[in-house]
Design a protein around this ligand. Structure first.
Ligand SMILES: C[S@@+](CC[C@H](N)C(=O)[O-])C[C@H]1O[C@@H](n2cnc3c(N)ncnc32)[C@H](O)[C@@H]1O
Length: 275
């Protein structure tokens, strides 16, 4: 085994301390990107070393809440990768239409942009009424923002373009009004969304689902954790259920590769095979 340098040892101890003290499990996240984020936290929190950060976080829950914002990367966008949403309309929606009721799980939903995008798509396809959406994340601040449904107004131009490329059928501005210093999305879109704290690293399956969208989350996980999460998804999905991943993620190299088949490989849409 190659010996670890001091900073890597300190990082491991920080992550272990966070797990023992707060029960947030970052132990199987990939090293390089985690290191970058902790170093960014050091600068922002004006702490000199990782060990010092660890001591602070151990004794001050507010400092942990601050560190969590760096460890979780709440970066998102509405209709991110429009081709993904277009492929859902083309390949997944016609099959979802055949079910009398639907459960959709948006795992790692961040501040809600993906959830609102899905809700708009389902509404336009006449499916929202019959759908229960579960939107989960481990970052309480992100979940709270998702529940509020207020997005920065300056992002609406990009989101409108994405929406149109994703096959949007209306004026995107019909879905929000300017309020609270941002764009407030229609409450009806999230009437049937349950936002919940759920960790893909430590929690188990909570519902049978027809479609799981988990985008740009597993990219931060090592192979072991990716395998755990794909196992969880396989268990949650109903017979022939759908799974959508982010553009840089895939299941081809996981131990579950044979348990899913590609529906639209480029857009990262898969379907469960087997029981
Ligand atoms: C980069 S964002 C992706 C947001 C959205 N899915 C998208 O593609 O735009 C990653 C999200 O995954 C969440 N996350 C990280 N680890 C997680 C875990 N173990 N369980 C559930 N969510 C997690 C983060 O809090 C963050 O909100």
């Amino acid at each position: 085994m190659t010996p670890l340098n001091d900073i890597d040892i300190e990082l491991r101890m920080l992550v272990e301390a966070v797990y023992l003290k707060y029960n947030y499990d970052f132990r199987d996240y990939t090293g390089a990107s985690q290191k970058r984020r902790v170093l960014a936290a050091l600068r922002a929190m004006e702490v000199a070393t990782v060990s010092e950060l660890q001591a602070r976080v151990m004794h001050d829950p507010a400092a942990f809440a601050q560190l969590l914002q760096f460890l979780t990367i709440p970066v998102t966008e509405m209709f991110r990768d429009p081709d993904y949403f277009l492929a859902i309309r083309r390949h997944v929606v016609p099959i979802l239409r055949t079910y009398p009721s639907l459960n959709l799980w948006v795992a790692g939903c961040s501040t809600g942009e993906e959830v609102y995008s899905m809700a708009i798509l389902l509404q336009e396809e006449g499916l929202l009424e019959r759908t229960q959406i579960y939107a989960t994340d481990i970052n309480p601040e992100s979940l709270e923002a998702a529940r509020r449904g207020v997005m920065p107004l300056e992002r609406m131009r990009l989101y409108t373009e994405n929406y149109q490329k994703a096959g949007g059928r209306q004026a995107f501005s019909d879905y929000y009004t300017a309020a609270y210093g941002g764009a407030l999305f229609e409450r009806a879109l999230i009437d049937k969304v349950s936002f919940a704290d759920h960790s893909l690293a430590t929690d188990s399956v909570f519902a049978e689902t027809h479609f799981i969208s988990c985008r740009n989350v597993m990219i931060y996980f090592n192979r072991r954790l990716q395998n755990r999460v794909l196992g969880l998804f396989h268990e949650s999905l109903c017979h022939r259920g759908f799974l959508g991943l982010g553009s840089k993620e895939s299941i081809e190299f996981s131990s579950h590769a044979q348990r899913f088949e590609a529906m639209a490989r480029r857009e990262r849409l898969y379907r469960k095979v087997g029981a």
